[in-house]
Design a protein. Structure first.
Length: 127
């Protein structure tokens, strides 16, 4: 299952986007060409594709979750997010699938709270 994560830097995103746009021009199938062009546009805004099995740094995991790297480090320390270390290093890596799972859990919890608040407001309670 491919998903979107933030690119490491704007220069890489710009380069990758340009490569994709060039490749898209050579495609005969209009739908495929449009999909590649949309991907290139996404890259320009700072996105790259990664598979669920790949690992990312806590900084990128934080960007995927919309939180700081420090919060990701705390989630790793607290056992809420699994990580590994690079061989011979103290640098952490987080599997993309674990980040996605955590994000889905957070979204479910937030939706439940939103529904509860909406129900209270619908019943005339003040928030």
């Amino acid at each position: 299952m491919p998903l979107t994560v933030l690119a490491p830097d704007a220069a890489t995103a710009d380069h990758d986007s340009q490569v994709l746009l060039t490749a898209a021009e050579a495609l005969d199938d209009g739908a495929t060409r449009e999909a590649v062009q949309r991907l290139a546009a996404s890259l320009r805004s700072g996105a790259v594709l990664a598979t669920a099995e790949e690992s990312v740094s806590p900084k990128v995991a934080g960007a995927m979750l919309g939180v700081s790297r420090q919060l990701v480090d705390r989630m790793i320390k607290d056992g809420r997010l699994a990580s590994t270390t690079k061989p011979g290093s103290a640098h952490k890596l987080v599997r993309v699938s674990d980040v996605v799972q955590l994000d889905q859990e957070r979204n479910r919890r937030n939706s439940a709270v939103d529904e509860l608040v909406a129900g209270l407001l619908d019943d005339g309670d003040e928030y």
